[in-house]
Design a protein around this ligand. Structure first.
Ligand SMILES: Cc1ncc(COP(=O)(O)O)c(C=O)c1O
Length: 431
């Protein structure tokens, strides 16, 4: 097994892990992988693909196929940051949209997949992001792939943060771009690359994420944007996790840093704070119009179903009309941070994503099973997605969590660390 360089976790490719499997023919490879997963489950309780029976809210019901039983969990592993998946107003608008538009459109936007509801959403997102126009994709993943493959031409260069999401990496692979990663959030490294490419005949694009999903840290847009402007680079911001979460009005990381007018191309998803699925690109009218014809994942893929579009429209209404939800999320972030710091963690995040790095001596799979037994739904990110010294539990907070939910979670974190014989304080004093 090849040792894995940390590339941010969510662009990790399982093929790299199963080098042997790669050389086998399909059926042998599938058997090899099945055996691998079975071994994981036999030797350790490997907690993954838990099957939820009901709403994806702060409390979820997880079904066990083996025992045909269900159990209630406190959900700390969902990107449903504002708790919109179960919001009564959102549900009501979705139901009304079904009554008017039905459940789907049966085609891509350039043919038959464009309704008045889709146009309304494009306009609302454009206003929300302070951009001239917007186009909507069927997922965040296909948004990045579509963007990269549409804009890139042979003379261009793409500079991207090393921790970028798999969707950007796959877009780069598909368009075979001349692409150079810079060290995560390292402005000196970025400037080195900008300098090296300043005489490039084509465009220089710089791709960053507002919030990096593995650590919950922010792109330093207040410095990155002026730096890119100095070199005439085109800035592409993927604000999947910042949209609905950061900034005074929840408009995202660019609003948070006061640079909303200076980012050229803003990408986002509807699968996080809006709780559904889909993606978008907001930019100038000309760029959006160009993308409508050249982003193949837009042109050759069916449009989002109207109920999904209605859910996002309703989500924007909620953000505008119920600021208390956005405030509740930030109060929860502050409270979780405070409690974690009290038990010895050093947490500085301003986002709902909190990474608890586990000590190398901790068996993260056993620890994950402890959380599972206690009814805490939390994501364990383990080697080789990250190096052993950066294995972590990733907590995702929601506006709908109560203070008591957060107290329960942090109490169990303390417990699990103790049960595994690890000291939180020692680890943070050492680092
Ligand atoms: C930064 C980033 N971009 C894009 C995506 C893909 O979005 P989706 O899951 O909506 O396809 C994700 C999903 O995790 C992401 O974190």
């Amino acid at each position: 097994m090849k040792s894995q360089e940390y590339t941010g976790g969510e662009n990790f490719d399982l093929h790299d892990m199963l080098q042997l499997g790669r050389e086998l023919r399909l059926h042998e490879r599938a058997r090899f992988f099945t055996q691998f997963i079975d071994d994981l489950n036999t030797n350790n309780k490997f907690v993954y693909r838990r099957c939820i029976d009901g709403e994806m809210e702060r409390e979820v019901t997880v079904m066990s196929e083996e025992s045909n039983t269900s159990k209630s969990f406190l959900m700390f592993g969902s990107n449903n940051y504002l708790g919109l998946t179960g919001h009564p107003y959102v549900k009501a608008r979705v139901k009304a949209a079904i009554d008017k538009y039905g459940i789907g459109v049966g085609g891509p936007p350039l043919l038959n997949g464009y309704t008045t509801l889709h146009r309304e959403l494009e306009k609302r997102i454009s206003a929300f992001k302070g951009r001239e126009d917007t186009l909507i994709f069927s997922s965040g993943y296909s948004t990045n792939v579509g963007l990269l493959t549409a804009i890139y031409n042979k003379q261009d260069v793409v500079l991207y943060d090393k921790y970028s999401h798999a969707s950007l990496i796959d877009g780069l692979r598909m368009c075979k771009a001349a692409a150079f990663p810079f060290n995560h959030n390292d402005l000196i490294d970025l400037e080195r690359l900008l300098e090296e490419n300043q005489n490039s005949k084509g465009n220089v694009y710089v791709a960053v994420e507002g919030v990096y999903s593995m650590d919950g840290d922010l792109a330093r847009l207040d410095e990155i944007v002026p730096l890119c402007k100095r070199y005439g680079a085109v800035i592409m911001l993927d604000d999947a996790h910042g949209t609905g979460v950061l900034g005074e009005h929840g408009r995202g990381t660019a609003e948070y840093f006061g640079v909303q007018d200076d980012v050229d191309i803003i990408v986002g998803t509807f699968s996080k704070a809006f709780g559904v699925v889909g993606g978008f690109i907001s930019a100038s009218e000309e760029i959006v119009n160009y993308l409508r014809f050249f982003a193949r994942s837009y042109m050759f893929s069916a449009s989002l179903p109207p109920p999904v579009v209605a859910a996002v429209l309703a989500g924007i209404d909620v953000l505008e009309n119920e600021p208390e939800l956005h405030n509740a999320l930030h109060n929860n972030i502050a409270y979780a941070k405070q409690l974690l710091c009290e038990i010895g963690f050093n947490i500085t995040t301003v986002t709902p994503i909190i990474a608890l790095i586990v000590p190398e001596t901790m068996d993260i799979r056993k620890a994950a099973y402890q959380f599972h037994k206690k009814g805490i739904f939390i994501n364990a990110i383990e080697y080789p997605a990250v190096p052993v010294h950066l294995q972590r539990f990733r907590i995702s907070l929601m506006a709908t969590h109560t203070r008591s939910d957060i107290e329960t979670l942090i109490g169990y974190v303390d417990d699990v660390w103790r049960t595994c014989g690890c000291s939180i304080r020692e680890m943070h004093i050492e680092s």
